[in-house]
Structures are given as C-alpha cells and as structure tokens.
Design a protein around this ligand. Sequence first.
Ligand SMILES: *[C@@H]1O[C@H](CO)[C@@H](O)[C@H](O)[C@H]1NC(C)=O
Ligand SMILES: *[C@@H]1O[C@H](CO)[C@@H](O)[C@H](O)[C@H]1NC(C)=O
Ligand SMILES: *[C@@H]1O[C@H](CO)[C@@H](O)[C@H](O)[C@H]1NC(C)=O
Ligand SMILES: *[C@@H]1O[C@H](CO)[C@@H](O)[C@H](O)[C@H]1NC(C)=O
Length: 637
Amino acid sequence: MRAFVLCFLYLFFTPTLQRAFSAKQSRKSQERASLPPRGWNSYDSFCWIISEEQFLQNAQLIKQRLQAHGYEYVVLDYLWFRKNVPGSGTNAAGFDLIDQWGRMVPDPDRWPSSRNGKGLSEVAKKVHDMGLKFGLHVMKGLSFQAFNANTPILNIKTGKTYEEGGRQWRAKDIGIKEKKCKWMPQGFMSVNTSLGAGRAFLRSLYKQYAGWGVDLVKNDCIFGDDLDIGEINIVSRFLSGVNRPIVYSLSPGTKTTVAMAKKVNKAVNMYRITGDDWDKWEDVVAHFDVTRDLAAANMIGAEGMLGKSWPDLDMLPLGWLTDPDSNEGPYRKCNLTLNEQRTQMTLWSIAKSPLMFGGDMRNLDDATYSLITNPTLLEINAFSSNNREFPSITASSKGGQLTTKGGQETHSLGLVSCMDSKAMGWSTKALDDKTEQLCWKGSSNSTQTPMCLHKKKTSLTFEKGTMSEKGTMSKQSDQGNFHLFATHAMKSCLDASPRRDFASDDFMRDSFSPFRQDDDNQMWVFNKNGTLKSSRSGLCATITDVKDIAGSGGTRSWIATGRKGEVYLAFFNLNAQETVISTKIADLVKSLPKQNLNKVSCNGKELWSGKDLGVIKDTISMPVESHASVLFVLNCK
Ligand SMILES: *[C@@H]1O[C@H](CO)[C@@H](O)[C@H](O)[C@H]1NC(C)=O
Ligand SMILES: *[C@@H]1O[C@H](CO)[C@@H](O)[C@H](O)[C@H]1NC(C)=O
Ligand SMILES: *[C@@H]1O[C@H](CO)[C@@H](O)[C@H](O)[C@H]1NC(C)=O
Ligand SMILES: *[C@@H]1O[C@H](CO)[C@@H](O)[C@H](O)[C@H]1NC(C)=O
C-alpha cells in the first residue's frame, strides 16, 4: 500500500516538476533583450521605398560586416504594404494592400517572394538562414484601407469570421475614427480594445507576424503622443505567449516622461524616448535631458516583457542616407561632423540604448564603420552598469568666460493667429533672375541675417498634374497660393504640418519637408500687412532663430562602470566653441557604486586621442572641441 502511494505520488509529481523546471529553463534561455538589442533598420536610408532585393542585400552585408560586432536584427521599417507607384508616398491614402481579414500584406511588386499569400515569411527565412533575426515595423490598430473596405474580423481559433452576441464583426465595428494616428492621420486608427472583436483583430495581426517568423516587432504610433496602453497590453500578452522570443519595441517617443515609461516598461523590451532622430545637431542635443531623467529613474535595463527593457534613443542616421518623408532611396552623406557623430555614438552607448544602424550597408564608408564597431563603445553599450549623468563637472573657455557668439542659428517655424502683430515680419524681395523671395526680418534689432525663402506659385508646379484635386489646386493658386522653398534647388518647402519629429508643441524645429504638390500644409498666402498665412490652418507664420541650442546646452558628463571594475567617464561639449571640461577625482569616486574612500587616484586613457593621462590624484581636465566629446577609460585605486 505504501509502495503504491509513493509510486502514485511519483507518477503524479514528476512530470509536473519536470514541466515547471523546463519551462523556467527555456524561459531563461529565451530571455528577451537581456542586452540592448543591436541591428540595422531600413528607415534612415530608404525611408519607406525599400525593395526585397535591397533589403536582402543589406542583410547580407550585416552578416558579413556587423554580425561579429553584435548587430543581429535587420528591421524592415514602415509602409512595406504600400504600393510604390506615381501618386503614392508617405502621406498618400489608398495605396495600401490588405488581405481578406483587413491585415496588411506586402506589395508583391516590391516583395516578389510574398506572392501566393506567403507574406514576409520567405524574407524572414532568408534572414534566419544568414544567422540573423528579422524585425518588422507595424502600425497601431486598423488601417483606413481595411476600415473603408469593412473587412470581416478573423477569429484565429476558428479560422472564421469572429462572432459574438449572435453577429459577425467587421472593421467598422472596431475602428475608432476619432483616434487616428497623429503622425499618419490618413493611414491608421486605434481599435476599440474593450470589444472582443477589437482584441480578436489585434491577435489576428500578431498571429500572422509571428507565423511569418518575425523576431522583433517595432510597433509604431502607439507610444509618446500616441500612447495606447490598451493595445500595448494586448499585443504584449500575445507576444509573451508565442513559443519563440519576439522582442517588443514601441515608437515614437515624442514627449516621453519617466511616468510614461513606467506605464509600459514591463510589457515591452524597448521604447523610444524622443521624436525621430535625424542627422541634425539639434536632434543629438535633444536626447540629453530625457536620457538623463530615465537613467536617474533606473529605467535602463529595467524589467521588461519576459526579460529587460531599454529606453531607445532611436536609429543612428550615420553613413549613406535619405530624408524623412522621402520617396527617394539613399543618396547623400550624413550631415553630422565626425565630432558630432562621435558624440551621438558615445551618448547612445553609455546610455545603453539599442543600437540600430540606419545607413545603407552597400555604401558604408570606413569612418562610419569604425565608429559603429568601436570596441570600447560596444563594450560599454552591452556590459557597463551604473550608467547615468554625472553632474559634478566645471566648464570654462580658454579665455575664461563662455560666450554664445558664433553659435549656429537654426530657424524654427511658429504658427500664431494672423491678427497677432508678432506675425508681421515678412516682406518680398525681387531677385535679378526675376524670381521673388519672401524674407522674414524678425522683430528685433539683431544682427541676424534675414531668412529668405524662394517663392513659387503653385500653378507653375501643376503643369503635369493628374491628381483629381488639380481643379481645386489651380483655383487656389489663383487666390495667391504659393510654395516656399528653402533653396533654389526647389526640393524642400516650408511645411506647416504637425510633424513626426518636433520637440515641443510651440515650435517645429524641423520646418521643411520635401516638396509635395498636393499638400496644402506646404501652401502659403502673403498678406499685404506682412503676414504669411498657412492655407491649411489659416494661422500665420513666425520664425524664431534658435541660437545654437548648444549655447544653452552647455556641457554634460556621463559615467558608467565596466565589467572589470574600470570607470568610464564621458565629457560632452554641446557649446559652439571649444570648452575645457573638468572634474575632481574626489567627486568621481563619491558617485561610484561601491564607495571606497581609499580610491583616490586614477589612471587611464582617453579613447579618441589615445592620450595617456598618467596618474591623476586631483582633477581630470581636458579641452573639448565644439560639439565633440571625450571618453576616459579609468582604473581608480
Ligand atoms: C468601445 O466599446 C465599448 C463597449 O461596447 C463602448 O462602451 C465604448 O463606447 C467604445 N469606445 C469607443 C471610443 O467607441
Ligand atoms: C547640413 O549642415 C549644414 C551646417 O552644418 C547646413 O548648412 C545644411 O543645410 C545641412 N544640410 C541638410 C541637408 O540638412
Ligand atoms: C493682416 O491681414 C490679414 C488679411 O487681410 C488679416 O486677416 C490680419 O488680421 C492682419 N493682421 C494684422 C496683425 O494686422
Ligand atoms: C537690441 O539690441 C540690444 C543690444 O544688443 C539688446 O540689449 C536688446 O535686447 C535688443 N532688442 C531686441 C528687441 O532684441
């Protein structure tokens, strides 16, 4: 009898214990994002137009050149489901492809392997065969394409239309038209996640992505200004249940706060903390404050979905690039100086941001390659700890006092009521070649050069117009509408639309975008009283000269501790002139994790110059060029 009981207990418990053990083990071995994810993303170099061939060419080069340095994800960014044909573009509507269940499917003309319902599974397979992981950008919620077609909702359990309460559910039952994606209002809307059918639709999307073999989901228009906790939680629950480690990433990060990060971090593995980062110095500078705040709140490497979570400073727009909103592939070099690029890479590394290189791998120059594979920076990025801003530094210019003179000026667009006298700063100026410019003089007595834009009537740009709006447009141009181009090259225009990547509500730092003939955000009317009215909003433009943001950005410093006890100390000079940055060893020691007052002297090297510091007992001090940074690797005893 006793033997029987024991035997019974044995039979009963063993499989349970084994199951529990192996579940724990496999969960551990599948921990998501135990290090900041690292890879490549197609957006900075292709915007949206990348083809299957170009994507796989880049993946192959990641394998050959970057995989050994820990770059493992190749991420396909947005609008892979949009037809790349005349009239289409990032702001176009009606060019997206969906399946019978209202789910996005790749355009077979751009993704030939997707024919016959294969989706992106062949692409994922090729990426996996290279030993890499496949990442996919997806938008939140439901597309207008599916909403307008009122497609049925798939129940993934039955393979049939979702039924509840004795009825079948369709896209129009779940889409919330009032909750459009803020930066793509003509493309996507939220779904109602309190409805069973809304949740069923989301599950049907992610079942398909998981089925294709996706290893990282970059879910866009769902964080920052577009925060949708309901959808994030449903997606997170679904991805946690997939028997394969899928990393969950959120975007964008406009106006991210620590409180917002804390609402999502456990459900995800990475989340953006700023608007889009492009190769502009202001964009680099814009990362320092929010990154400092998240580090101070211990959010770097905090708990995440079945693993860890990482504040994401965005892709690295280095190397060979295109522009935001472009319909053009990579065609230009990164516009940051080498010093600025090093500053960006150093901050991204010491803040342990995911590192997603954005340049075209097919045209990777040596300087960019050595920067993104710098062994010290990559070691810091993956393995350092105690990463945070270190405030105990002092700064002085060579002559003593810091001045902000000579700072770069950038122009920011503001929109105010046309009745506001602040808006009356515009005048026309005729050029020799009989074209006209419109110039903003500003309202001050300043020495700043007036900002002039090239005026071009919209009607002139409509010679070949085939759009259905043509009639309306030429009528508008009769009323004095025109575009304002930044330069004679007539490529980018003053744009009044709320953009994806502006830093504050008040000003659009990024006031220019590629010319679009059918966008009334780019059309302006000049009033005789010197005001310039946006055709879309009826508001009037003011231009603010933002004196080099760096002028007020000053100097920053970060510290971190290495795996072998070494101390990493970075100085960042955001000023427009060379600045000497210093810190006392005593202050440095105080902020190290294991406070040890015996540690009173340090030795080590500076990374970029290779300069050996010798033994330092009192103060570390170094002149840092404008927009540059220095990085010390120290051993303190
Ligand atoms: C979402 O669905 C719930 C349940 O039917 C309903 O009460 C609510 O009004 C809906 N929300 C929106 C924004 O449509
Ligand atoms: C590149 O930067 C320079 C100043 O450093 C600026 O004058 C130029 O307009 C920038 N070009 C682009 C495409 O942003
Ligand atoms: C300038 O002129 C426009 C058009 O006549 C008018 O609507 C606006 O109120 C005027 N603004 C100012 C500040 O006088
Ligand atoms: C005009 O210049 C003086 C001296 O540079 C300065 O103090 C003053 O603030 C300026 N006025 C405006 C309106 O910017």
